[in-house]
Design a protein around this ligand. Structure first.
Ligand SMILES: [Zn+2]
Ligand SMILES: [Zn+2]
Length: 770
């Protein structure tokens, strides 16, 4: 029977070769009709044999090989009248009723087909380091302007040769309208230089073999990749890794690793089938995997943590290098400490010249630097810790339609910003810590660039409540706009609601470092009864004093002394704890000053920060006294937690009718001190501490449920980057029949704040206009 159907598709269906693929499937099935992009996604009309139409839809929906980068969210079909004399299938121009939104897509790892061609001697792209197609290669990182056409990318300077052009214009070809298409005859080239920029090799094959030789010799290479430079070194060579640490002045932070097969990863780390799937995905992120015992990776790669961050090769150049006998490389961001990732050749030579021995560069410019993304596994699901390459700028699609464009400026640490337009939330990639002047400059540029790419003209600005945040000050500098300041932890809860596309009131449990509270205190461990329209603080960790402002997040002695004083009250005396304190801060005068500060409440703030409690406990059990990088001590504490320990310490929940419900860890702290005195194993103390927190948070959630009759718990905040704590709390909550939501697509740390801000602002605006 001949039928005609209209098919409306939403999801990631634009800029991923969707229409040509639809064309190929439809013509192969002898169906007629047309396909075009519209503001919501893709519209198809199909005419022909009913069975074949069904076959078409099932291929489109379930055969992921056909359009590897597409993600269909909804696919609705309607019968419509048959049209006479419709005998061919065509790709129509986009719907003129409005430009499609998401034409800028993500950078993607090299696909299987391209890798096969690259290793095929008969193929004209044999051994070519920039092979790509519609299903893979650079996008976001090379786009300067819209529409997404070659002249608007950094590929504009390369004129396609006839062979490439023939593929580019052939709708049946895998490279149809693949903007970065190129070959050795017409495209970008690689070169190897010394650290002054003097060319050592230019011939592709020789560049590759020579680079590999240098790496195997223990040299440090700056390698230009997809989103920026990496600093690379042989990960099996401890001396070489140590040299990189010294030169990069990166004392302790774990380095990411790269290799070319899952089998190799499994020699060093434990990868289950889910991790394997994520490692091999087109997004190709770094995945945190448990270390294998007695692995051969240089110890200096990742000390003080129990995981390795592994990624697979994701560009043709990486694969060519690993084809030369390299086992596994450290691939760490090419930047100086916390400055933005470097992506320009000249700047790389200038900044990294003292770190790298040689440079593997190319002449395809990277317009936007994008760091590698980082994923870990929580409750058997992939969860993003850093959302950048491969994920950005894919929007998060929501049900509500936003009438006025919104800009959300994010938080100051691990900053991202977010635009909201129509039904899309577009989050930027990881920008960094705004207190660094270069990062701040990069932040401003990035806002302007993304606003241009997505044609956003913000009328509403959302920002954090913290008056001292650079992101807040930037928001206020946008004069004449409607500015909505949003409490930090409310934004965390909203980020969970946004990504789950939920608009209801929930019990928000936020475990965080620090955020500005509505009472002027520094909040951190909060139970908020929150919706997208408002929130009420139901409970929190009991306040303690945090002496010395900025120093308090680095020096564990500060929260430690405060917690000891609070827990032991009159019985506290410095001398009594000398045995413990001298290990953490040998300077007795400094101990005395901090103690006095606490006594007199000078230069102290009240806080409910949970991150700082982790610092203090890590210090108590001898894991160090200083955070050289964000969350170093909490990560060390997590990584030693013994498995299969179910015991916990005691804690109190203090609740009175008119006051918020408080978690009191006084007894917990005393019991930990007892365990330390008894020289109980560190791993057991750590596990018991984690278990205590999970139990206390569960109790708080149960109190909240009792009083509100709500049953959904939304978990967010930086402390929930802790796998042990989050996994355990999820398990406990589920056991008590809570519906549990947590961040997956965006980080639970401050990288998710901007999404929450944008969602709240859009809801507030909508309620106002109703
Ligand atoms: Zn490809
Ligand atoms: Zn060519």
């Amino acid at each position: 029977m001949i039928k005609r159907q209209k098919i409306l598709i939403t999801g990631r269906v634009q800029g991923v070769g969707f229409r040509p693929a639809v064309y190929r499937i439809a013509t192969a099935l002898e169906l007629s009709g047309f396909v075009y992009n519209d503001t919501n996604g893709v519209t198809i009309e199909l005419q022909g044999n009913e069975k074949k139409i069904r076959e078409f839809i099932s291929l489109l929906k379930y055969d992921t090989e056909k359009i590897p980068l597409a993600q269909i969210k909804t696919c609705n079909t309607f019968d419509i009248p048959v049209v006479d004399s419709d005998d061919k299938f065509i790709i129509q121009e986009s719907d003129q009723k409005g430009t499609p939104l998401s034409q800028v897509t993500v950078d993607t790892a090299t696909c299987r087909d391209c890798l096969d061609e690259m290793s095929d001697r008969k193929d004209f792209r044999f051994g070519y380091p920039f092979i790509n197609c519609t299903n893979c290669g650079p996008r976001y990182s090379i786009i300067k302007n819209i529409p997404y056409d070659r002249p608007n990318t950094t590929m504009s300077i390369f004129e396609m040769c006839d062979k490439c052009a023939a593929q580019y214009t052939d709708v049946t070809d895998r490279r149809f309208h693949a903007q970065p298409v190129a070959c050795a005859a017409c495209g970008p080239k690689i070169q190897l230089t010394d650290n002054k920029g003097k060319i050592l090799q230019e011939q592709t094959k020789k560049v590759i073999t020579e680079t590999a030789r240098l790496l195997l010799e223990g040299k440090i290479l700056a390698i230009k990749g997809l989103g920026g430079f990496h600093l690379a070194v042989n990960a099996l060579d401890n001396r070489a890794v140590k040299r990189l640490r010294e030169r990069k002045r990166r004392d302790c932070k774990p380095f990411a690793l790269m290799t070319d097969s899952i089998e190799k990863i499994k020699e060093y780390a434990i990868a289950d089938s889910l991790s394997e799937q994520i490692l091999k995905s087109p997004e190709s992120p770094i995945v945190l995997l448990p270390k294998k015992k007695n692995n051969a990776i240089a110890p200096a790669v990742a000390e003080g943590v129990n995981t390795f961050g592994f990624m697979l090769c994701y560009t043709p150049l990486h694969y060519l290098l690993f084809g030369q006998g390299i086992e596994v490389l450290v691939m760490t961001s090419g930047n100086i400490s916390d400055e933005p990732l470097i992506c320009k050749n000249g700047l790389a030579l200038e900044k990294l010249g003292e770190i790298a021995d040689a440079f593997l560069m190319h002449d395809r410019d990277i317009f936007r630097q994008v760091d590698d993304s980082v994923v870990h596994i929580i409750d058997n699901q992939p969860v993003l810790l850093r959302r950048s390459r491969g994920y950005v700028p894919a929007p998060i699609i929501i049900d509500q339609t936003i009438t006025k464009d919104i800009f959300a400026s994010g938080a100051d640490l691990k900053n991202t910003f977010c635009f909201a337009k129509r039904n899309q939330l577009i989050c930027s990639e990881h920008i960094g810590d705004l207190e660094d002047a270069r990062v701040y400059h990069h932040y401003i540029n990035s806002i302007e660039h993304l606003a241009k790419l997505f044609e956003v003209k913000p009328e509403i600005i959302a920002c954090d409540m913290h008056p001292g945040y650079f992101s807040t000050q930037y928001a206020h500098s946008l004069k004449g706009k409607n500015i909505i300041p949003i409490q930090h932890h409310w934004a965390h809860v909203a980020s969970v609601l946004a990504e789950h596309n939920i608009d209801e009131t929930v019990i928000g449990i936020v475990c965080d470092g620090t955020g500005y509270g509505t009472d002027g205190a520094i909040w951190g461990c909060e139970c908020l009864i929150a919706s997208l329209e408002n929130f009420e603080r139901f409970g929190h960790l009991e306040y303690y004093q945090l002496p010395g402002a900025d120093k308090a997040s680095k020096e564990a002695i500060r929260p430690l002394l405060s917690l000891l004083k609070k827990s032991y009250d009159d019985k506290f005396a410095l001398g009594k704890f000398a045995w413990l304190l001298e290990r953490i801060e040998p300077d007795i005068e400094k101990q005395r000053i901090i103690s006095e500060q606490l006594e007199k409440k000078v230069n102290c703030v009240e806080t409910s920060s949970l991150g700082r409690v982790f610092d203090a406990v890590a210090a108590m059990i001898g894991l160090g006294g200083y955070n050289n990088f964000d969350a170093q001590l909490p990560m060390a504490l997590e990584s030693i937690a013994a498995e299969n320990v179910d015991e916990k310490y005691q804690f109190k929940i203090v609740s009175s009718p008119n006051q918020s419900c408080c978690i009191d860890l006084g007894i917990t702290i005393k019991q930990i001190i007892n365990d330390v005195e008894k020289e109980i194993n560190q791993g057991i103390i750590s596990a018991k501490f984690h278990n205590t927190l999970a139990a206390a948070l569960l109790d708080m959630a149960k109190h909240a449920r009792e009083s509100t009759k709500l049953n959904t718990a939304a978990l967010s905040g930086g402390v929930f980057c802790n796998r042990y704590l989050l996994n355990r709390l999820i398990k406990l909550l589920k056991k008590e029949d809570f519906k549990v939501l947590f961040n997956r697509e965006i980080p639970s740390n401050d990288g998710g704040i901007s999404l929450g801000q944008a969602t709240i602002a859009s809801k507030i605006e909508k309620s106002k206009s109703n």
